[in-house]
Design a protein. Structure first.
Length: 328
């Protein structure tokens, strides 16, 4: 009986393989929800005026998220946030935006793009933006929060980690042990700098450090531009990569208040001159939202698993990655 099962399974597997390599076509059927346009969902409050919660959870990236095993897809974080801001810009009843942040940071450019989009939104609409840092708002998470008019952090928030890190691996020693040699051909001395197939030289390290320092200075500038009362010297002293508790962040001027998401909503109302307002979320078909803590599909704390997400992508690409990221 067992032999018959293995024989049938082998024939089935072989048949599938032959069909694939022979170029035969299959009908593609989507097994997951199709990505659709944004819809509005009221999760609390009442009245005509609205406060929009924009969710920024997990690793900050402009890579498209996929489900498992790649049967479902979604819009990447940067594109989704821009889309939500465009909707809010066109809705005169949206009086304020609340950034709900739970992120250790992420890619340098993706963090900066989100920051830029929020700053442009504020400039074009004069609408209030409040950031509420939940469990974690470190590095790129804080970089994005700096775009807000007010920053509120939960009593148990971890924030800070102001700095840049370049993710890079070298497997040269391992390859030598198994008898594999890099035979890449290049046209310039530094064309393969950062390659995981060789050790980094001191000159290459200096070149990379110059780039990181420029990104670091950009981070300091963003904080200085948006945090009144913080001098450049004070910011530089705070920006040694360490993390801060909510109380430490408050004492050092990195946040404006310690409180909860409800407090952040109240501040958004007050700053917008509202007595009452509906708190709304934008969502796509298939997403279930019923309160102010509802998160987006494919986001949330699970996305902060670096080994399963960003490091896997990084290792597969083989290229160095510049990150505003806290990764203990």
């Amino acid at each position: 009986m067992k032999n018959n099962f293995y024989r049938i399974f082998s024939i089935f597997f072989l048949s599938c393989f032959i069909l694939l390599v022979s170029g035969c076509s299959f009908i593609s059927v989507s097994l997951g929800p199709v990505t659709g346009p944004l819809r509005e969902k009221t999760v609390s409050g009442r009245g005509k005026d609205k406060i929009l919660i924009v969710d920024i959870s997990g690793i900050i990236s402009d890579e498209k998220k996929t489900g498992f095993p790649a049967l479902t897809g979604g819009v990447d974080m940067v594109a989704r946030i821009k889309e939500e801001l465009i909707h809010a810009k066109g809705d005169k009843d949206v009086k304020a935006v609340l950034l709900r942040i739970n992120s250790p940071g992420g890619a340098v450019t993706a963090s900066d793009m989100i920051y830029h989009e929020i700053m442009q939104f504020k400039k074009e609409t004069n609408k209030i933006v409040v950031a509420c840092i939940m469990d974690l708002g470190a590095s790129g998470g804080y970089y994005v929060a700096a775009s807000a008019d007010k920053i509120i952090a939960h009593p148990t928030t971890v924030t800070g980690s102001i700095g840049v890190i370049m993710l890079n691996l070298s497997v040269e020693g391992l390859l030598q042990k198994v008898g594999i040699t890099d035979t890449s051909i290049k046209t310039g001395e530094h064309k393969d700098m950062g390659s995981p197939l060789k050790m980094m030289t001191e000159e290459e390290r200096k070149i990379f450090l110059e780039i990181l320092n420029a990104m670091y200075e950009r981070f300091l500038f963003v904080i200085e531009e948006n945090r009144d009362g913080l001098s450049a010297e004070k910011i530089r002293a705070l920006a040694d990569g360490r993390i801060y508790s909510a109380q430490q962040a408050l004492e050092n001027g990195l946040i404006d208040r310690i409180g909860y998401l409800d407090d952040a909503i109240s501040i958004a109302k007050k700053e917008s001159g509202l007595e009452e307002a509906r708190v709304i979320l934008y969502h796509r078909p298939g997403d279930y939202k019923n309160n102010i803590y509802s998160q987006l599909g494919n986001s949330g704390i699970g996305a902060i698993n670096l080994l399963n997400v960003d490091l896997k992508t990084f290792i597969h690409s083989g290229a160095p990655s510049f990150m505003y990221l806290w990764m203990p």
